[in-house]
Write a protein that binds this ligand. Structure first.
Ligand code: MCN
Length: 785
């Protein structure tokens, strides 16, 4: 076993360049003769464009060109697409209103793109953008609440009543029957608050057309450059696929928001040919707030049926999901297949029925944000289970235990087939680490100090490794989301791995190299992980859905199998031994039961010189590729326990203890996994306590469009998290891994809200549970505990 291999808490190799300011992000790149772009954005939530006057802008100092939707249309560019198709209950296809690169006739949210101004400097482009005169005819804004009310304004003519789809999943009749037999039922109305992703690096792009070669290069902050290239070539029509190279260099976080294909990046690539010069665009933070795709934003009603003993019989959920103004790249999948399919949680619920209305509103598009659909499902399940416990006098831990799925594989009534897990193990460990038994004493002691103390549980499950063609294809994606890898061994034995996964904070350069080291015995410095460039990596599906470990690394694993098999063949001939007797161990090929041995570089050099083996039988060279299409999703799960104290004078909630015990299967690097959990927890607790994207109902203006109004969590808001692992080995990939990148954001929000409602003795408090809301709840509640 390699000292850098699987299970070792190796420090992230990439951090050396990031910490020293040596990373190279899109905005760090400058091209000769480069121009700068600024987008003219709509100040209205909803308006017709009567006319656009470009005269003054065109005459402004330094302006190279100004383009509008008319120019885009004249060049025959199609709009952006949603890559996922969802059908309504009646079998009809979702109503996808067009998503133009630059709006020509109508704007549909504050920040919608109206014109592209290109100038010699960014300052000149900004000044000229102010001179673009757009004559708008304002229309009423459309909010999530009023979107489907009679008489509401129409966001897209194609979608009457602003309904994109009316989707359903599960067995309605069986669920109604379960409710008719129930001894107990509980219900709850829940809102899942809108979130703004806020990656550290805002989006950026450089479009550069090379007239000599008739080739485009787009540098961009993307989580999946190959999918960007495919969409821009095959669907939007910017350039044929082989004439477009997309490079995502270092990317400073994405959390889902950089999976999507946006108008700005597309426009920069297209317009660079129009002006014959490179065009650079970097969003400022205000633009990021307005025009990055947001996350969540659901309104739901849920009902749970139980028998006398507390066994779950059935679950009914009705959800209204905000899709925003346009269907973004994956947005139709998020409130449907990534949401409804997880409503069984960790529980054996015989009947489930869910209905989701996907609605258009005059807000920024809503798409995947860390967890994407699965935090929304977990929030429903874990809040209603907690409600069932409280309203019927069950212990919240024991009602969960009683209803856990205990044998695997387990087919849920909502598509998913859970392959493996041990939910009791994570619950038991969490109860111990959180000292659940000692909670009553701590509550009493807090009361003496005038504080309200509460405890909340969340036993979550998620489906990660979004990939399997067999499942994903039939769920509306149309394609499988497998991953590719190529392992190229140099004559000196050094290895370059080309992977379709993209790292933008997850540490792939370290963990992927750890796998290669485990397999070959090479030190990490002899292994290079290359990603994020369609010119170097043949194809890939990118990073989202915590899939890079389970899917991307599995492709590497398969490619190494092939490399090893060929190298063993060569080694066998070099050592005049039978192939089956040759083993690769600790970086050397040895013949079993003898002292014959050749080092890795001795064999790899021979592979290229051709000396010592029969090149007619074995082709020279050592380079193999593989595609990996897993049989199933991976199902990470865990138990989060949150303990809080509330100051009743101010309504301020303090997290005093947070325990997260997770099952991520085999862990490649525990230090990186803990970092991933920390980040996820901070975002999940951020959703529960601080973050809220608010649009004014009347005007459709984003009221929380800066860090002055959108409260981001800070390090001193949190205690040290208590983490632990109870792994069960995943059967659907060769390493036995499950994803870890989203778990913290999925499990934590209901744990926090369950703790606050426990402390206050109330049924619900909306997220984020701000001091003002908590204080008001204390004033309204008859007998706060
Ligand atoms: N890993 C491991 N052992 C496991 C599982 C994973 O050592 N059992 C390692 C992996 O090798 C990888 C990291 O943990 O280095 C995360 O792996 P995985 O769970 O497969 O997730 P992805 O690499 O596919 O990353 C995507 C996931 C998602 S969906 C979001 S959103 C998210 C997240 O990762 N966005 C992030 N974590 C983020 N972290 C940072 N810093 N920035 C983001 O934008």
């Amino acid at each position: 076993m390699s000292e850098w291999g699987i299970g070792k808490p190796v420090r992230r190799r990439e951090d050396d360049r990031f910490i020293r300011g040596r990373g190279q992000y899109t905005d760090d790149i400058n091209r000769p003769n480069q121009t700068h772009a600024v987008f003219v954005r709509s100040p209205h939530a909803h308006a017709l464009i009567r006319s656009i006057d470009l005269e003054e802008a065109n005459a402004a100092p330094g302006v190279v060109a100004v383009f509008t939707g008319k120019d885009v249309a004249e060049d025959g560019l199609a709009g952006l697409i949603c890559g996922w198709t969802v059908h309504s209950k009646d079998g009809s296809e979702m109503k996808a209103g067009g998503h133009p690169i630059l709006a020509a006739e109508k704007v549909r949210y504050v920040g919608d793109h109206v014109a592209l101004v290109i100038a010699e400097t960014k300052a000149q482009a900004l000044a000229a953008a102010d001179l673009v005169l757009v004559d708008y005819e304002p229309l009423p804004a459309v909010s999530l609440k009023n979107s489907t009310e009679p008489g509401s304004a129409q966001v897209h003519e194609e979608a009457p009543g602003n309904l994109c789809f009316e989707w359903e999943l599960g067995d309605k009749t069986a669920t109604e029957e379960a409710f008719s037999k129930a001894a107990r039922t509980v219900s709850i109305d829940l809102a899942n608050n809108r979130l703004v992703p806020n990656a550290m690096e805002p989006r950026a792009a450089i479009g550069d057309y090379d007239a000599g070669r008739d080739e485009y290069t787009l540098w961009t902050t993307s989580q999946n450059p190959h999918v960007a290239r495919l969409v821009l070539s095959a669907f939007v029509g910017v350039a044929p696929e082989h004439k477009l190279r997309v490079i995502a260099p270092d990317v400073g976080g994405g959390f889902g928001s950089k999976i999507f294909i946006y108008p700005e990046e597309t426009a920069c690539a297209w317009a660079s040919k129009k002006i014959g010069r490179p065009i650079k665009w970097t969003a400022d933070r205000s633009e990021a707030f307005l025009a990055d795709a947001h996350g969540r934003d659901h309104l739901s009603h849920a009902e749970l049926a139980l028998d006398e003993d507390g066994k779950f019989l059935g679950l009914k959920v009705k959800t209204k999901a905000n899709l925003g103004a346009y269907l973004s790249t994956f947005s139709a999948a998020v409130p449907t297949y990534l949401y409804g399919t997880l409503l069984s949680g960790q529980y054996d619920i015989p009947a489930i029925y869910v209905e989701v209305d996907g609605v258009y509103t005059t807000t920024s598009p809503v798409d995947a944000y860390r967890g994407a659909g699965r935090p929304e499902a977990t929030y429903i399940v874990e809040r209603i289970v907690e409600t069932a416990a409280r309203e019927n006098g069950f212990d919240p831990a024991e009602i969960r235990r009683m209803n856990f799925v205990k044998t695997f594989p387990h087919q849920t009534p909502v598509i998913m087939n859970y392959d493996i897990g041990d939910f009791e193990a994570s619950l038991d460990k969490a109860l111990e680490v959180a000292d659940y038994a000692g909670f009553p004493d701590r509550k009493e002691e807090a009361a003496k100090r005038g504080k309200l103390r509460g405890i909340g549980f969340s036993t979550y499950i998620e489906a990660c490794g979004i990939a399997p063609s067999a499942a994903v294809g039939s769920l509306g994606a149309g394609v499988g989301l497998w991953e590719s890898a190529e392992v190229q061994v140099a004559p000196t034995g050094k290895i370059e791995v080309f992977t379709g996964s993209h790292s933008h904070g997850q540490g792939h350069e370290t963990t992927f190299a750890q796998l290669v080291s485990e397999r070959t015995g090479l030190p990490l410095e002899d292994i290079e992980i290359i990603h994020g460039d369609t010119g170097r990596v043949q194809f890939g599906m990118g990073t989202y859905g915590s899939r890079s470990g389970a899917v991307g690394m599995s492709a590497i694993f398969k490619a190494i199998d092939k490399v090893e098999a060929k190298a063993r063949k060569i080694a066998a001939q070099l050592m005049e031994a039978a192939e089956d007797d040759v083993v690769l161990e600790n970086g050397a090929f040895t013949v079993k039961g003898t002292d014959k041995s050749l080092s890795w570089p001795e064999v790899t050099l021979a592979a290229y010189t051709g000396h010592g083996f029969d090149t007619a039988e074995i082709e020279p060279g050592l380079k193999e590729s593989a595609f990996y299409d897993p049989l199933n999703f991976t199902f990470p799960s865990g138990c989060h326990i949150c303990e809080i104290e509330i100051d009743p004078e101010t309504g301020v909630t303090e997290i005093v203890n947070f325990t997260a015990i997770d099952d991520f299967g085999t862990i490649i690097n525990p230090m990186i996994v803990e970092g991933q959990v920390h980040g996820g927890l901070v975002q999940g607790i951020g959703q529960a306590l601080y973050e809220h994207g608010i649009y004014d109902e009347e005007s459709g203006q984003l009221m929380t469009g800066s860090f002055m109004d959108y409260c981001m969590p800070r390090a001193d808001n949190f205690p040290g998290f208590k983490l632990g692992f109870t792994p069960t080995v995943c059967p659907s990939n060769p390493m036995g891994m499950k994803g870890c990148g989203e778990a913290g954001a999925i499990g934590s929000p209901p744990a926090v809200i369950n703790a606050i409602t426990d402390a206050l003795g109330i049924k619900d408090i909306p997220m984020p549970a701000t001091p003002a809301r908590v204080w008001a709840a204390i004033q309204n509640s008859a007998t706060p505990k």
